[in-house]
Design a protein around this ligand. Structure first.
Ligand SMILES: Cc1cc2nc3c(=O)[nH]c(=O)nc-3n(C[C@H](O)[C@H](O)[C@H](O)COP(=O)(O)OP(=O)(O)OC[C@H]3O[C@@H](n4cnc5c(N)ncnc54)[C@H](O)[C@@H]3O)c2cc1C
Length: 507
């Protein structure tokens, strides 16, 4: 029986840990001890007698060499947050006890081109810096009795005719070999796994790139202790928006009584690393929360980062040796403005759990793992590359399917700024709780199109009456557009009724 991507995605988003994990291997080795590696190690701890994480950087607070973007803002989307709680029950509360800020919907705000969006956040957002998050994760993983952390640089794999048998790594200038029953590549987007496979006579997984050309600038500012009135703000602007040159601006209250503010732009960076320019831009072009935040003293310099492209490696199970898995950015890394990386890594861990729980034959390549992971990667890729593809046209002219997809997404996105029903579904997809196919539901698309038509009409009428009543309409001198607007309103009400009675089916 074929299972559609929406259903697979829903299964992977499960919040319950496996009830009776099956112990399958003696030694599992994870290469890379960042977020994806730590989450994979947590899953493996249920299925291996021992788990060894080999990481180039020694555990440290603050920024580190292996994660040069670590000081930029990192939002944990709801889809990733539920997975953190799944694998580490009480993660959010524990992080909050150590200084992270838990932000409920009443303390969050989002803006599109300067206008405040309807707020449909239902979950509590975990707000902290990336190094803080990583430390909490590492502490929880290393508290597991079977997990060890080794500082060393992985430099190759041992592969026999069909399967990976071990890992080579360097430590203090000396090369070592560690035998392994299962190896996980979590070495991030610059992973050398493809080179190693090719060197051993296997096919390199094809690499796809879509230019992003995105520039980040992040500043930290002192804030009053306690939960501020608004602790989590995102302001987005369309390219060429008259409101601001900043594409996405984010503001978060984080640990140590600091604000973290990130300004991200595609193309030319309007701020550079000058703290005065950064503060001036926050005061002049962004919602007032940003200006208020930069009234606090700056803490450290403005940190900048450039990302040139989104990239994905399409692992085909037929051309990978057995006993080999890859997770996180080593498989796919996205335009960061969509904040999908950490949540994708968490869902890859979910794929690993589902794979191992199915008691697979480890003598064969991890076919079902890569199939599930492809669903997760496709979902994030579709959302995060759509605008960049349209901007850069790397694939030539788009097919009619792509054009239709773009049109539908644009309609749904536009309607989501003002309509709660559309906004809820749109948010569920963008925070990775649901597969993007959910946006194609005919009822939702029809509703979005009608909302947008009505709003355009209302704009045309100078917003005199957004929801005119039938009597009003008849009593009026019968302007055509008022009647159309009223009819659209009634159609919308009918759609809402249908949507409320018919439960959406996962396909
Ligand atoms: C500017 C920016 C902002 C972002 N914002 C967000 C956000 O808001 N929300 C979000 O979810 N995601 C965000 N991301 C994406 C997120 O940072 C990544 O998806 C995430 O770091 C991926 O984790 P990972 O563990 O796969 O890889 P990485 O975090 O890159 O870690 C790879 C690890 O492997 C280690 N390593 C590499 N080579 C070796 C080797 N040979 N031997 C041993 N160890 C090795 C490195 O030292 C490192 O620790 C952002 C990314 C960028 C660039």
């Amino acid at each position: 029986m074929r299972t559609g991507p929406r259903r697979v995605f829903a299964q992977l988003s499960s919040t319950s840990p496996p009830a009776h994990p099956v112990r399958l291997v003696d030694t599992a080795v994870v290469l890379g001890g960042s977020v994806a590696g730590l989450l994979a190690a947590r899953v493996l701890a249920d299925h291996a007698r021992s788990v060894l994480i080999i990481e180039r950087d020694a555990p440290a607070g603050g920024g580190r060499r292996g994660v040069p973007h670590g000081l930029q803002i990192h939002l944990v989307l709801a889809g990733g947050r539920v997975q953190l709680e799944r694998w580490f029950p009480g993660f959010g509360e524990q992080a909050a006890a150590l200084g992270a800020v838990l932000v409920d919907p009443a303390h969050s705000a989002a803006f599109s081109d300067g206008l405040r969006r309807v707020n449909v956040q239902e979950d509590v957002v975990l707000s902290c810096s990336r190094p803080f998050l990583e430390k909490q994760l590492r502490d929880r993983v290393l508290a597991l009795p079977t997990v060890r952390f080794l500082t060393g640089q992985a430099c190759g794999l041992d592969i026999d005719a069909t399967a990976v048998t071990g890992v080579r790594y360097r430590r203090d200038g000396v090369q070592h070999v560690q035998s392994a029953d299962l190896v996980v590549d979590a070495m991030g987007r610059s992973s050398r796994l493809s080179d190693w496979l090719e060197h051993a006579g296997w096919k390199r997984p094809p690499l796809r790139r879509v230019p992003t050309d995105v520039n980040y600038a992040t500043g930290f500012f002192r804030r009053e202790p306690g939960l501020p009135d608004v602790a989590n703000v995102v302001a987005r602007h369309r390219p060429g928006s008259p409101v601001s040159r900043v594409g996405v601006a984010s503001l978060k209250a984080i640990e140590d009584d600091r604000w973290q503010i990130t300004l991200a732009c595609s193309g030319e960076d309007p701020t550079g690393s000058d703290v005065d320019e950064f503060m001036a831009l926050c005061r002049s072009e962004l919602p007032s929360f940003f200006g208020d935040a930069v009234d606090g003293d700056p803490v450290g310099p403005i940190e900048t980062f450039h990302q040139a492209d989104s990239r994905r490696r399409d692992f085909c199970a037929d051309s990978v040796p057995a006993r080999l898995i890859a997770v996180g950015d080593a498989v796919a890394s996205f335009n960061p403005v969509y904040g999908q990386g950490l949540s994708s890594a968490a869902l890859h861990a979910s794929c690993l759990a589902a794979y191992l729980q199915s008691s697979p034959h480890l003598t064969a390549p991890a076919r079902s793992f890569f199939a599930m992971q492809r669903v997760v990667v496709d979902a994030a890729w579709e959302i995060s590359t759509a605008a960049d593809k349209a901007r850069h046209h790397p694939d030539g002219s788009p097919s009619w399917r792509e054009r239709l997809g773009r049109w539908i997404r644009a309609e749904v996105q536009t309607a989501s700024a003002t309509d709660v029903v559309v906004a809820r579904r749109f948010r569920a997809v963008t925070v990775m709780l649901e597969h993007p196919a959910a946006l194609l539901a005919p009822g939702l698309v029809a509703r979005a199109v009608l909302i947008n038509l009505r709003n355009r009409l209302a704009d045309g009428l100078g917003r005199q009456s957004i929801r005119p009543r039938r009597a009003e309409c008849a009593a009026s001198t019968g302007t055509k557009s008022r009647c159309i607007s009223s009819a659209l309103t009634r159609a919308l009400d009918a759609l809402t009724l249908i949507a409320a009675t018919v439960r959406p089916r996962a396909s």
